[in-house]
Design a protein around this ligand. Sequence first.
Ligand SMILES: NC(=O)c1ccc[n+]([C@@H]2O[C@H](COP(=O)([O-])OP(=O)(O)OC[C@H]3O[C@@H](n4cnc5c(N)ncnc54)[C@H](O)[C@@H]3O)[C@@H](O)[C@H]2O)c1
Ligand SMILES: O=C(O)[C@H](O)COP(=O)(O)O
Length: 633
Amino acid sequence: MPDPAAPLPYLVFDFDSTFTQVEGLDELAEIALHGLPNQAEVVGQIRALTDRGMSGELNFQDSLAQRLAILGAHRRHLEPLVERLKGKVSESIRRNGDFFRQFADRIYVVSSGFREFIEPVVAEFGIVPSHVLANTFTFDADGRITGADQTNVLSRNGGKILQLKALDLPGPVYVLGDGYTDYQIREAGLANRFYAYTENVSRPSVVAQADEVLPTFDEFLYQLKLPMTLSYPKNRIKVLLLENPDARAAELFRAEGYQVEEVRGGLDEDELIERIEGVSILGIRSKTQVTERVLAAANRLISIGAFCIGTNQIALDEAMSRGIAVFNAPFSNTRSVVELTLGEIIVLARRIPEKNPKMHQGTWDKSASGAFEIRGKTLGIVGYGNIGSQLSVVSEALGLKVLYYDIAEKLQLGNAVKCKTLEELLKQSDIVTLHIDGRPDNKNFIGSKELAQMKPGALLLNNARGHVVDVPALAAALRSGHLGGAAVDVFPYEPKTNDEPFETELRGLPNVILTPHIGGSTAEAQRNIAEFVPERIMQYINTGNTQQSVNFPNIQLPLQQAHRLIHIHANVPGVLAKINNVLAAHHVNILGQYLKTNEQIGYVITDINKEYDQDVIQALREVEHTIKFRVLY
Ligand SMILES: NC(=O)c1ccc[n+]([C@@H]2O[C@H](COP(=O)([O-])OP(=O)(O)OC[C@H]3O[C@@H](n4cnc5c(N)ncnc54)[C@H](O)[C@@H]3O)[C@@H](O)[C@H]2O)c1
Ligand SMILES: O=C(O)[C@H](O)COP(=O)(O)O
């Protein structure tokens, strides 16, 4: 990284809740009152007084005096306080410790907190005592803290203003802090800019006055093009989560420092086009259609997370050619679908869908007519992928004979018997269950011809995708009595939210189970998915790892002490050579490189030495056929 061309403005940092995540006096009270019955009460009072002082609600001098009066602390509590505060330096400040050490002569800590605990904490960041301007405690003869030295300007109202006047810095001054007193420095004309620092606390009255809001210190460095530890501030990454994935997903993205917006239901194409601008990560489930139009409007999209198995709702090729990596959760809800399917098979075999509502209406209809055991019956599984094959194993344990049909060659599990054609399977099975994927070719995969090939009285289950069954044809087969029953979880059109009514020709038919696409809707599955998908996406963003992406060449390169170039390009001959020519022309040393292509794109990860001329980055962006390029460190 080059040094900034112009000298850095003087940076005036607040300490409590800015440099550190916490307020020093709150922590001191916790330590001093440890084990005493009134600890929680007094700490609570101190916190409330701090907050009122910081937001400008109570004047500073009163807030400080009232806090010190109830503090009950002693000199011996200061050492453990310092140790505690060293562990609570704001994450992004700790991360950019090198910046502080490099520019320590331009940095001042001006705080209404106390020198006794500030000095040793900031010393680790190269900030010398003369650049720490803070209050000092007064003690009695036994070492008890009695108050603040009243001769120090910082103990008074407007203390920071007086202090800045006295400092009389010979150049532009930028103030970074979370409190109203920090803003007042700029209000008094003693600073050129005020940055509200919200990494630890965000006070609306302070944010409202700010020239800029800093969710992290990375953002400040990024805006000023200063050397930073991360290649891009994480707070700039916007996540849009639709269709209510488990709360853990938002929690993980927020913990990473991303901005997360959530919409409970799905959005239609036009609504999504309106919301997608500026979004870096889009999270959806099975309903949201991510079409070519949506992708064309997605100006910052890096990755899409399907918080489910199916990805047929996403224009995968278009996403790929725009350099957008798609991830899903290929087996997080597999078991849930298997369990639902098994339950439905037994329930249909006993004609429970007819008997249950009758009982609720007060009708006792005890009969064995049309009810059968599933033991010894033949189950035909169509689609022997993750769900189909797991269902095969569990079904055999219940005594079912299993046939399966798949267009791909699949490992035959247990005693399952492979059918060469769908017709072969349909003709022999007492129960047919569909577990094929939702590719467009599978539209109306089961229509009147296939239904007619099924045994009279057989059962059909569709827990795969709505469009794979011709629903009017299924309704006709049930009405005519040719089929003995059906269970359907997925529909060609599904309501966008729980408030929208649901329509299907299957409503009201005998021995039919209708469920609102809940095959994967279990607590376990949703939690698994909400951990799996964010993990994949964050790995991709942080390291370029595309393992398990459904539309990108899969690459994983071990991390090393290097800067990492991530280059996505159209798969035409010669792009790798051009990239390497640029690197050679700029004398950049390559530490590792891996390229993988598919029919449309090439994905190359190159690790290079950390020292290089910035022009090389622009030159790489300009390599012909580049789709997306980013640098990671
Ligand atoms: N109801 C739900 O809530 C729910 C939950 C999870 C998954 N699903 C759906 O279940 C289906 C299966 O999921 P999976 O994880 O087992 O997928 P998978 O990709 O592991 O398996 C699908 C299998 O179907 C086969 N296949 C595709 N088209 C075929 C065809 N025309 N004829 C024969 N075989 C064909 C594939 O070769 C593959 O082996 C998917 O459609 C998925 O979207 C639904
Ligand atoms: O593809 C899937 O995993 C299922 O269809 C479940 O989808 P959902 O998350 O929208 O319920």
